[in-house]
Design a protein. Structure first.
Lengths: 205, 262
């Protein structure tokens, strides 16, 4: 009951006060013509210092010029995170070899305390992810909050050291602009797959 | 332990951070918060360490000097991922307040990213939700306002009023037990972890619960059933995205407890 009530109130409040008009295609185009990288509608506008599973320092835009699937997780997560990785791998398998070769995948840890590069490397090996195209990233706590904010991911640290978090897979175009968000972990990801195939066929700048 | 010695990234603030000025802040806490949600199954309280909090919400005048010194946060220049089209829309211009934004009124129509960047530029940070709620739970004479007659009723009466009237100036309200003003009755305020409230995917999107939208358990259970003001704030925050700006949403900054004790 309480959950339902909160959702209803939240919906009303969002409708009343949080008018966030989406950018039109024309506006996107004009922004692009200004050619001042990174674009203002790109999440790569966030300058962030991260470290990957091999201990290399990277920025959020490390896979610029590629379509990117990005999400957040933590390595010791018992339930949703293994499903998240399995979903991403299933999405990969359903793509043509050409599209798959161009796709990059970024998972940012919610748990920088425990998810050291070594822990992330161990997870990458255990899950047999293709490390030539996947990066498991660690960021300072403040940066984690900012990336979650950009991706619309909610999370809360639990007293036992774990996290409650929403699992959202976001597809970014080669400029880091959000194409689509998918919250259906364990689902078919039909929209995501369709968008990925369409994004790939569009000419990149 | 939670503050790791990782690279400190003042990513949105730029360089040249002045020290927080202690005169603007009061020490709040330590205290124990009884949130309307259970942070985890079986957990009903949250210990909040002492911290420093701005006595007043940030004003138009203060925010004007921030955007003057940080052009990337001016209206028209700010990246669209950091603020929506309503950002500072009531100002006369990117660096001009005009008749609809007096210098001593609280700044509103600011996004979470902008509020965060402002606090960083002052050597401060946004308060956490638990910190803000602890400060806001205080009444006139005690840390627990709920025990004072009419406390919750006054807050709810404010929530019930349409947000169409002109905003009063910052500092109009009486200082609470901690010496903090305007936590209620003026504007809603951003908190650092605004995006920490997990409403179940079931109720929000109608998707099947077995799709596990959340990792972990116990996303939401009831705490104090009488605390409707906190419940309203929780609902409001859960509706926000970081780039949103609204006419009635402002912020104030927090810092470590030593700042207010200096």
């Amino acid at each position: 009951m309480r959950v339902m009530a909160i959702a209803a109130v939240a919906g009303l409040l969002a409708a009343g006060v949080a008018a966030a008009p989406a950018a039109t295609a024309q506006e996107h185009h004009h922004k692009a013509m200004e050619a001042a990288p990174p674009r203002g509608d790109s999440i790569y506008a966030l300058s962030a210092s991260l470290v990957d599973q091999r201990g290399r320092s990277v920025g959020l835009a490390l896979f610029r010029s590629h379509p990117v699937l990005i999400s957040m997780f933590y390595a010791t997560c018992p339930d949703a995170c293994p499903l998240l990785i399995a979903d991403l791998q299933r999405i990969e398998r359903e793509l043509s070899p050409r599209i798959r070769a161009d796709l990059r995948i970024i998972l940012v840890s919610l748990d920088p305390e425990r998810d050291t590069p070594d822990a992330l490397q161990a997870l990458a090996r255990a899950r047999h992810v293709d490390e030539s195209r996947w990066r498991l990233l660690r960021a300072p706590e403040d940066t984690v909050r900012e990336i979650a904010a950009l991706l619309g991911i909610k999370y809360r640290r639990l007293p036992d050291g774990g996290f409650n978090h929403s699992s959202v897979i976001t597809l970014l175009d080669p400029d880091g602009v959000v194409i689509v968000r998918d919250e259906g972990i364990g689902g078919l990801h039909a929209v995501l797959l369709r968008s990925l195939r369409a994004a790939q066929s569009a000419p990149s700048r | 332990m939670r503050h790791l010695a990782l690279t400190v990234a003042l990513v949105l603030a730029g360089a040249g951070v002045p020290a927080a000025s202690p005169g603007d802040m009061e020490r709040v806490g330590p205290g124990v918060l009884r949130p309307v949600y259970a942070p985890a199954p079986g957990v009903t309280t949250v210990d909040v360490a002492a911290f420093a909090l701005d006595r007043l919400p940030v004003t138009n005048g203060e925010f004007l000097s921030f955007v003057t010194g940080h052009p990337s946060w001016r209206r028209g220049r700010v990246a669209r991922v950091f603020a929506d089209d309503g950002y500072l829309a009531h100002w006369a211009g990117p660096v001009e307040l005009g008749p609809d934004a007096r210098p001593d009124q609280p700044v509103t129509r600011v996004s979470w990213f902008a509020a965060k960047a402002y606090c960083s530029s002052r050597g401060k940070r946004l308060p956490t939700e638990a910190e803000w709620e602890l400060a806001a739970a205080a009444g006139d004479t005690s840390p627990d306002g709920a025990a004072e007659p009419g406390f919750r009723e006054r807050i709810l009466a404010w929530y019930a009023r349409p947000a169409t009237a002109e905003l009063a100036v910052a500092g109009s309200g009486q200082p609470n037990f901690w010496g903090i003003r305007d936590l209620h009755g003026l504007v809603w305020e951003w908190v650092l972890d605004y995006n920490s409230t997990l409403v179940s995917g079931d109720s929000r999107s109608g998707k099947s619960a077995d799709r596990l939208p959340f990792c972990g358990t116990g996303a939401f259970t009831a705490g104090d059933n009488e605390d409707y003001p906190s419940f309203m704030r929780l609902a409001f925050r859960s509706s926000l995205e970081a780039r949103y700006t609204t006419r009635a949403l402002g912020f104030r900054c927090a810092g470590d407890a030593e700042v207010a004790s200096r």
